[in-house]
Write a protein that binds this ligand. Structure first.
Ligand code: ATP
Ligand code: MG
Length: 322
């Protein structure tokens, strides 16, 4: 995880990579902020984002894979000019990986050096050995470090992958925005970070966490919005191809498949088709490229061939009528 860089001592980070912007003052402004970073949000999502910023409550996003949950946090950080601190959750995630850890090897080296130097050095070191100099800050601690008006965006990604003890710990951090390190004391955020939590709902997240957040279910986009996303994320595709791609994917999502394609797959598919110099869909190409849309062999086997041909005929009829 690239965000775990160690920084020089000094608790607060005043050097931001870009100037911080004021929080949006309305739902329209929120929608504009997201659109500026090429995120096409429906109004209900923009509303949830706006309220979570305005009332400083975490934003809890649930939804199927590839519908743009993680991207929201990235876009918010970019749009607000805040640092993005990402905590990727996994089974067995613990405090040492999520909050802080003592740098044992560095402590050992300093101890050896002090031993070689003599009594005075040993005494000085004993005052120093559990100071910030030897502390490795993990994402949750980093997220408490922002200055006023420049608190980072904390992305807690795929919370459903952790276990319940960690969830309970997180609840504590999210209620008080402080962390206690026995050897140092309590570290409290000057200003709470902007928190975005995502879950793919492989298990239910505890009500106590959800209650503290604004909840939003991120749904698949409708055709108009998905076309707008393609315009921004795969602009190299011909307009006709984009329309066919969207109409085809929207139809696929009405089928009873094991795993429906997300927005990420729609973008991938468009790019794949452009790479193959396609200006429009044809049955052979659809069959050959289904693997960018569907990731389970059973699903591919169901769609390939006559089903793909039927969907494509429907798509053509729909677009001809429009
Ligand atoms: N509304 C949208 N506007 C613009 N791009 C979008 C939108 N929704 C999704 N995308 C794009 O789709 C891709 C997948 O998004 P993202 O990784 O955020 O999905 P996710 O919901 O976090 O998926 P997963 O559950 O697999 O982690 C990204 O490249 C993102 O830019
Ligand atoms: Mg994600």
């Amino acid at each position: 995880m690239g965000h775990w860089e160690r920084r020089p001592p000094g608790w607060h980070n005043s050097q931001m990579s870009s100037p911080t912007s004021a929080l949006p003052q309305s739902i329209d402004e929120t929608q504009a902020l997201l659109a500026h970073a090429d995120y096409v949000a429906e109004r209900s999502l923009a509303t949830a984002v706006f309220l979570s910023l305005k009332l400083t409550r975490p934003l809890f996003l649930e939804g199927e894979a590839g519908v743009g949950k993680t991207e929201i946090a990235k876009v918010l950080a970019a749009g607000l000019g805040r640092r993005l601190v990402r905590l990727q959750c996994y089974e067995g995630l613990d405090v040492a990986s999520a909050v802080y850890e003592w740098n044992y090897s560095r402590q050992m080296i300093e101890i050896r050096l002090a031993e070689a130097e003599g009594t005075r050095a040993r005494e000085a070191l004993s005052q120093d050995i559990f100071s910030e100099k030897f502390l490795i800050r993990r994402p949750l601690l980093q997220a408490l470090e922002g200055d006023l008006g420049a608190a980072p965006v904390l992305l807690i990604d795929e919370l459903d992958r952790t276990d319940e003890p960690f969830e309970a710990y997180l609840l504590e951090v999210l209620s008080d925005f402080q962390v206690t390190i026995p050897e140092i004391g309590t570290i409290r955020a000057k200003e709470p970070p902007v928190v975005v939590i995502t879950s793919n709902r492989t298990r239910e997240i505890h009500d106590a966490i959800k209650r503290r957040c604004f909840y939003h279910w991120v749904d698949y986009p409708d055709a108009a919005r998905e076309l707008e996303i393609l315009k921004r994320k795969a602009p190299e595709a011909a307009a006709k191809l984009s329309r066919e791609v969207v109409a085809f994917v929207q139809r696929l999502r009405r089928m009873d498949l094991f795993k429906l394609p997300g927005v990420a797959e729609t973008i991938d598919w468009s790019k794949a088709l452009v790479a193959l110099d396609k200006m429009a869909l044809d049955p052979q190409t659809v069959n050959d490229t289904l693997g960018t849309l569907l990731k389970y062999q059973d699903d591919i086997a169901r769609v390939r061939g006559s089903e793909a041909e039927r969907l494509l005929a429907e798509v053509r009829a729909e677009l001809a009528a429009a």
